[in-house]
Design a protein around this ligand. Structure first.
Ligand SMILES: O=C(O)C(=O)Cc1ccccc1
Length: 311
């Protein structure tokens, strides 16, 4: 059996389309799972080499089921990310008219992306959440709901037709980010345009606590690309922080920031260093003055010489 990648299915999800853009997907068996949880559990159980799941979109922010799965349980690591521009089609059983539609379904993250369209065109339709947009299409095929917001490409797979295409409240900028998640191993070598993901738990609650965490990045010139708090489950007001920072753990500034966080946090979970999908290597901003590897090495060398009385 070839190595397999699990993905949020069923067939015809945006997740599947995004996964197929990765060259390594061509040499793997791609297996659809009914939920993000089950896809990640397949990796944890060793049934799949990796899982491909949505993690963030430009309208709704973090996909909380994915973040919560990465925050808790047996540690996993992100190896790749893919950005996909998306717009939705309204899929119906052939012959259905807009006026026939009483129930619409899609993944919860889709709702915030089509809200204005719904208000204008189907103000009285009931919203029913589905495990994925393609699963909503499958449920329309089964007759459970009247219409689904999904990729136009899912219509043929589920014997449906697109009543409308190109639906999105923010069509010019709508992007969803997906990640390939595997069991922990050595991260791929830096490309020069990388991202590092971590989860941080504060040691105690004190004024400026979050500022202290962010300061570890700021003083080393590291830009943040995602900051999302998630409840720890320990009651109101208890949060951990999911952070994406520019750079690779093998960059000195990133390693030093992680060391600083390790000293002051209750817990730090490393979620991986991997190539950025939004810029190509060579196009990323250079390190800010005073934060390059060479400058860290020279500074450490100077301290060693001071300790030796050789300055
Ligand atoms: O991949 C899908 O089809 C999903 O259901 C996840 C999703 C949800 C909202 C926007 C893009 C992808």
């Amino acid at each position: 059996m070839p190595a397999s990648y699990a993905y949020l299915g069923p067939e015809g999800t945006f997740t599947e389309i995004a996964l197929r853009t990765l060259p390594e997907a061509a040499t793997r068996e791609l297996i659809p799972y009914v939920s993000v949880q089950s896809a990640l559990d397949a990796v944890r159980a060793g049934e799949a080499e990796a899982a491909f799941v949505p993690i963030e979109n430009s309208v709704e922010g973090g996909i909380t089921t994915t973040l919560d799965e990465l925050v808790a349980g047996t540690p996993l690591m992100i190896y790749r990310e893919v950005l996909l521009s998306i717009t939705f089609a309204l899929l119906v059983r052939p012959g259905t008219k807009l006026s026939d539609i009483k129930t619409v379904s899609a993944h919860p993250a889709a709702q915030s992306q089509v809200r204005n369209w719904l208000r204008t065109h189907l103000p009285d339709a009931d919203w029913e959440s589905a495990a994925s947009n393609a699963d909503a299409a499958r449920l329309v095929q089964e007759g459970r709901y009247d219409a689904a917001f999904a990729g136009e490409f899912a219509a043929a797979r589920y014997g449906l037709e697109a009543l409308e295409t190109g639906i999105h409240d923010f069509p010019e900028t709508a992007q969803t980010r997906f990640v390939l998640v595997g069991r922990p191993a050595r991260p791929a070598a830096p490309t020069g345009a990388d991202k590092t993901s971590v989860v941080l738990w504060q040691r105690d609650d004190h004024p400026g606590g979050l500022r202290d965490l962010l300061g570890e990045f700021a003083t080393r010139g590291i830009n943040l690309m995602l900051l999302q708090s998630r409840p720890t489950g320990a009651g109101i007001g208890n949060y951990c922080f999911c952070i994406d920072a520019e750079g690779h753990i093998s960059d000195r500034r990133v390693a030093e920031a992680l060391m600083g966080l390790k000293r002051i946090c209750l817990e730090v979970r490393f979620l991986g260093s991997y190539p950025r999908a939004d810029v190509r290597p060579g196009e990323a901003e250079p390190p800010r003055p005073g934060t390059s590897d060479a400058e860290f090495v020279a500074a450490a060398d100077w301290v060693a010489r001071c300790q030796d009385g050789r300055f």
